[in-house]
Design a protein around this ligand. Sequence first.
Ligand SMILES: NC(=O)c1ccc[n+]([C@@H]2O[C@H](COP(=O)([O-])OP(=O)(O)OC[C@H]3O[C@@H](n4cnc5c(N)ncnc54)[C@H](OP(=O)(O)O)[C@@H]3O)[C@@H](O)[C@H]2O)c1
Length: 343
Amino acid sequence: MSYQKALLLEKAKGPFVVADIPKPKPGPGQLSIKVQAAALNPVDWKIQAFDFLVKEYPTVLGSDIAGDVEEIGEGVEGFAKGEKVFTQGYFVKEMGGFQQYVIIPAENVGKMPSNIDYAQAATIPLGFNTAAIGLLRAQPEGAGLNPTFDPDVSYAGEPALVVGGSTSVGQYVIQVFKLLGYSTIVAYASARHADHLKSLGATHVVDRGEVPIDKLAETVKKIAGTPFRIAYNAIGDDASHAACVDTIAEGGQVADVKSTLGHKTINGKRVLGIMGSSHYPPHKEFGRILWKNLPSLVQEGAIKPNRLEKVPNGLAGIDEGLQKMKANKVSGIKLVAFPQETI
Ligand SMILES: NC(=O)c1ccc[n+]([C@@H]2O[C@H](COP(=O)([O-])OP(=O)(O)OC[C@H]3O[C@@H](n4cnc5c(N)ncnc54)[C@H](OP(=O)(O)O)[C@@H]3O)[C@@H](O)[C@H]2O)c1
């Protein structure tokens, strides 16, 4: 049996430990991928701190992966060994990105566009999935704005709001709103990120250092001048959620990264908590469509990766990166680790 290095979370709320574990073999319909870059996400430190989503320990976390096709499972067509790919990890050991080799269903793997490198590719999967599932996927799980990625769909003339515009998810939300043709795209974020968010498609950035969250709805309604039918909460706390709900008109929708909100309609306004994974069984079909479309959107420059900072020391450096994230010391960028650099 051949072995690989992995960052194991050995038990619920336990420490992360670099260990040698067997290299997994792909089953039918799956690919094994040599992980060249794996991005860090808030969910990773939150799972370690609070123990949710994971059903069995020891496990390996990591939701953002870029690398090379290592082995091809039975029945998989269209991939070749050594090909560069990117994909989303999931909350089972074999599918976590914080190891040197992962197993992923081929239908949720995209060919890596030639205009980005491994690290940039690893910043895309979770953030883009969470934005696209919330906005594009059919109701009730999504807002249903364009479930088939039809290039002719347009919301020209309409305004859209994203609270948390500088988060990784928020940056993809801005780009999805732009793809959908929204005329006014308002992002609520720190002023220091304004130029970057405008380069992604935001037409207005409301400085969260200047406008308190409870005054946001009033401010953005003045900016737009026409009713909002969509808002996205990329922060997930109650105050941001309330600002989104107050912003939209009756009949409008709020997509929210707080997945436990479920789907409900209150006072004529639809609220949906997003599970941002194309591996999540109810999203499987939309996930297949998403992974067919995402590589060309990136290749064309319509979807740009997050800015990033490289995490040193391979898998051993990830814990420190997650602690930085937990302490709110990561601003407007994605942290990316390189599992093959593990000593
Ligand atoms: N439901 C799902 O499937 C799903 C998927 C992915 C993420 N999430 C959740 O979505 C949230 C965002 O994740 P992420 O990875 O995109 O975050 P991230 O990139 O780590 O977010 C960091 C950014 O958040 C901004 N920020 C923090 N508090 C803010 C506030 N009150 N208002 C506006 N901006 C604020 C910071 O801005 P400054 O630089 O201005 O301080 C910083 O740039 C997290 O809670 C995460 O757990 C959920």
